[in-house]
Design a binder for this molecule. Structure first.
Ligand code: ADP
Ligand code: MG
Length: 495
């Protein structure tokens, strides 16, 4: 089977690329092969550079902006779908109320919840309070809507336990421009809590103004087609920055990942922090839901948990795994190897054969993955506590190394001598002389600091962020490159 996959993959990627270049990124999903049939396969994006010489500095052109600041993998985030407030297409027929639970109903619910927040600026709402105030909607659906709005900047999560939300400056705009439908879903019977994560008594929120029902359903943003793409041009990321595709398996990384998704072959991206793993996933899959793994990640962080309603009852709020399965979206498990193996085990039935999970905590409910559901994982091999277990490794049939593309750094107009120093250090790292080298993220930061505090401060900072054990080597390389001693960034004497 390994031989078959190895032989078939390049051709498969190429053919599927042609289809995917003009099609939505999960428009043509095929039945997924059982990952256990395929042994892990390691691929690599552009390799770490071996050369240390680069032409002498030339005057620096103005750098290309990298868009909005990068979010670190510290809190679960949902990669934004296309803007839900975009102008609605002309309806071809009279509008009708969306079917309960349909994509249109989800879009309408998001708009209704946004209006609740926008009408009550400064107030915070728990999921259950919001659910009640928008017409006794399902707490799970309202919880999902609030998470979605938060991920898109249309709401702010104020507290975690219990989760509370409030309006942001963007909420009013979202509520004002979205069309909402009259409520069509009634509250389900209150489930019995199987167990709770000790939600505290809900904080009182001022009674909001009534939510006005409107007449038409907003189109579901997730249903918007992905724009046609030629397979190699730069792509926008949800944070507004631009992703420059890289080569992978005779095609581009983005095209390859989209093909792997269509064929149901899970991929693991591994490499040091700051090399481009998250950017690639976001560029390839605008519908990705990201979970930032750590040692404290629990099953409930993937599947969901009960949350308390004001009446004292409990209801189940689905987690990112269930949402991704139900909506046929990508689940990006960043730093997956920091998550305890027993927790990751909850995910595997959704990736294997039947693509189903059983939510024991929620009356044994069975969730079946919709077309398009796909799991991609990120792994930093050198981060303390990261363990690529056999169970995890065997689920990710394709494993792709991601290292910094220093040529790309030059394309992004980062100072040539900084890139040269980074290349030199990367070469030393690959020989085992040191354990650290600046990656693309550090080079982008170098550029920013250079702009704000000046170039000398940027060099000093580069030395200062090097791990203590590598600092002498970094200082030596800096001296050779710049012809002067560099000291780490530090406060001086009283002015
Ligand atoms: N191919 C690329 N095109 C444009 N910018 C990139 C690319 N790869 C990485 N970057 C930039 O490098 C920085 C680090 O990338 P990121 O994806 O956050 O790394 P990682 O997830 O590996 O820690 C980000 O600012 C990102 O925008
Ligand atoms: Mg990342």
């Amino acid at each position: 089977m390994l031989t078959a996959l190895s032989a078939a993959l390049p051709a498969l990627l190429t053919t599927a690329l042609q289809q995917l270049a003009t099609a939505p990124d999960h428009a043509t999903p095929a039945p997924s092969p059982a990952p256990s049939d395929t042994a892990p396969r390691r691929l690599s994006t552009a390799p770490e550079p071996a050369d240390v010489d680069e032409p002498t500095d030339s005057p620096e052109p103005a750098p290309v902006s990298d868009g909005a600041p990068e979010a670190d993998c510290t809190t679960p985030t949902v990669a934004p779908e296309p803007d839900p407030t975009a102008p609605e297409p002309e309806p071809s027929a009279a509008p009708s109320a969306p079917l309960p639970g349909s994509k249109a109903a989800r879009g309408a619910l998001r708009a209704t919840v946004a209006r609740l927040l926008a009408d009550n600026p400064g107030d915070t709402f728990t999921v259950t309070q919001a659910a009640k105030l928008v017409g006794n909607k399902s707490g799970g659906a309202v919880g999902n809507a609030l998470e979605w709005l938060t991920a898109h900047g249309h709401a702010a999560r104020v507290n975690d336990k219990p989760r509370t939300y409030s309006a942001t400056p963007a909420t009013a705009h979202a509520a004002a421009t979205a069309h909402v439908s009259a409520p069509t879903v009634t509250a389900p019977a209150a489930p019995k809590p199987a167990r709770t994560r000790a939600p505290k008594k809900a904080e009182h929120a001022a009674a909001p103004a009534p939510v006005a029902p409107a007449t038409t359903a907003a189109p579901d943003p997730a249903a918007s087609p992905v724009p046609a793409w030629d397979g190699r041009s730069p792509l926008p990321r949800p944070n507004g920055s631009t992703y420059h595709p890289r080569t992978l398996a005779d095609t581009s990384d983005v095209a390859a990942l989209r093909t792997l998704r269509a064929e149901g072959v899970p991929a693991l991206l591994y490499g040091p922090p700051g090399t481009g793993k998250t950017s690639l996933v976001e560029a390839a899959f605008p519908d990705a839901i990201t979970v930032c793994g750590d040692g404290d990640t629990q099953v409930s962080d993937l599947i969901g948990s009960y949350t308390q309603r004001p009446d004292g009852g409990y209801e189940f709020v689905y987690g990112p795994l269930v949402i991704a399965m139900q909506e046929g979206r990508v689940l990006f498990l960043d730093d997956a190897t920091l998550i305890p193996p027993t927790v990751l085990a909850a995910l595997y039935p959704g990736m294997d054969g039947r693509r189903q999970i059983t939510v024991k905590e929620h009356k044994g409910e069975t969730i079946t993955a919709a077309e398009g559901f796909y799991v991609v994982a990120g792994h930093n091999p050198n981060v303390h506590g990261a363990i690529l277990s056999d169970a995890l490794s065997s689920r990710f049939s394709v494993q792709i190394e991601v290292s910094s593309d220093y040529d790309l750094a030059r394309t992004l107009k980062i100072d040539a001598s900084a890139v040269r120093v980074a290349r030199n250090l990367a070469t030393r790292k690959s020989k085992g002389e040191i354990g650290w080298a600046p990656q693309l993220r550090e080079l982008l930061a170098f550029h920013k600091i250079q702009t704000i505090l000046g170039k000398d401060a940027a060099w000093s900072n580069l030395l200062g962020i090097a791990p203590a054990e590598d600092r002498d080597t970094v200082a030596t390389v800096l001296k050779a490159a710049l012809g002067k001693d560099i000291t780490h960034l530090a406060l001086g004497k009283q002015l």
